[in-house]
Design a protein around this ligand. Structure first.
Ligand code: FAD
Length: 307
């Protein structure tokens, strides 16, 4: 298929059908500046060459960021003929706003969304829905499912969501999202696979049957890993922290640590049946160009959904 031609869109359940190789997805964010947009334009052909099943684009709280999300989602699909999914959050969004976004996605033949509550705006400690909006992601999922026509992914937290009182309560809330109509779960980043395996096991015991796709962040630097884990509540294994400390401040050496760590994580996840891998690529291609060749044979050797 040449760039510019439209592929036939599929919804999430079809990607995870039995007999298919594990799903490979990349998550990017909409650039905020012209320079960042040029960087993404450089990275995109390289990321697309790695043959992801689909690319998802995150969604910010502000109106301008939302427009950029939709623009980027549409553009990637149009120019690269790669399936894309738009993230969509409840922040500042009424039901009417969500419907308008869904209409725009539908018009662009985008068939999948990642439905999230979103974080409270900077400076605010608690999430407050707009009048007539959604308090939790399960309400958003229910609304989108009611409208029909989209595959829906939701977020899951192997180390518990930061606001949840405990792991089990958070899992019960994940179940609400699945019961509301989510087709699959994409997890928050984690650096120790044991958290993912425990999460999947408990989810299955609770009756959550949909695919649970691990979210992988190739570490770039010690500062980045500390910043991101402090925001999302994930932990840094001491061995990874020591390796990054030893490599710092050499950027290339820290990236090498990130590549090796992510590759090891992925190989074990594939071997133990993860239904796919979702990479937080942060709009960069370099590390992915090293990780993918190392895991591709294992990915292709394993057919059919697992976890
Ligand atoms: P929810 O599922 O609503 O959960 C939020 C909290 O409320 C949890 O503690 C949960 O246990 C609790 N809860 C859930 N449902 C109920 C209920 N019915 N009653 C009582 N308590 C409940 N953020 C963005 O702004 N834009 C993005 O594009 C984005 N993409 C993401 C992609 C992935 C893969 C992941 C893992 C996260 C992403 N996030 C994004 C972050 C996400 O928005 C935050 O983690 C947010 O704080 C929670 O969103 P959620 O959809 O998990 O919310």
């Amino acid at each position: 298929m040449t760039a510019g031609e439209r592929s036939t869109a599929m919804r999430f359940p079809a990607y995870f059908a039995p007999g298919k190789a594990p799903v490979l997805s990349f998550e990017i964010y909409p650039p905020k500046t012209e320079k960042a947009m040029r960087d993404l334009d450089d990275a995109l052909p390289r990321l697309v060459a790695l043959k992801p099943t689909f690319i998802t684009v995150t969604y910010g709280a502000l109106g301008s960021t939302r427009e950029r999300t939709l623009d980027v989602v549409e553009r990637i699909r149009r120019e690269y003929a790669v399936e894309t999914a738009s993230h969509i959050t409840c922040v500042g969004a009424s039901r009417g706003d969500v419907d308008r976004i869904l209409e725009r996605l539908r018009a662009a033949s985008i068939e999948n969304v990642v439905a999230l509550r979103g974080d409270p705006p900077r400076g605010e400690s608690a999430f407050v829905p707009v009048e007539g909006g959604f308090a939790h992601a399960n309400e958003l999922v229910e609304h989108i499912r009611g409208r029909g026509g989209f595959g829906i992914a939701v977020a899951g937290y192997p180390e518990k969501h930061v606001e949840a009182p405990d792991f089990e309560t958070d899992l019960r809330n994940l179940k609400r999202k699945v019961e509301a109509g989510a087709d699959c779960v994409i997890t928050q980043l984690f650096f120790d696979n044991a958290h993912y395996f425990r999460f999947v096991e408990r989810a299955r015991e609770l009756g959550i049957r949909v695919p649970i796709v691990p979210g992988i962040l190739p570490a770039q630097s010690l500062g980045q890993v500390r910043r991101m884990t402090s925001l999302c509540g994930a932990t840094i294994p001491p061995r990874l922290e020591r390796a990054l400390e030893t490599a710092a401040p050499d950027e290339k050496a820290m990236e090498d640590v990130g590549v090796r760590w992510a590759t090891e994580q992925c190989l074990e996840l594939i071997e133990r049946g993860a239904p796919g891998l979702h990479f937080f690529v942060l709009n960069r291609a370099g590390q992915m160009e090293r990780i993918l060749p190392a895991i591709r044979p294992s990915l292709e050797a394993r057919l059919g959904p697992g976890a």
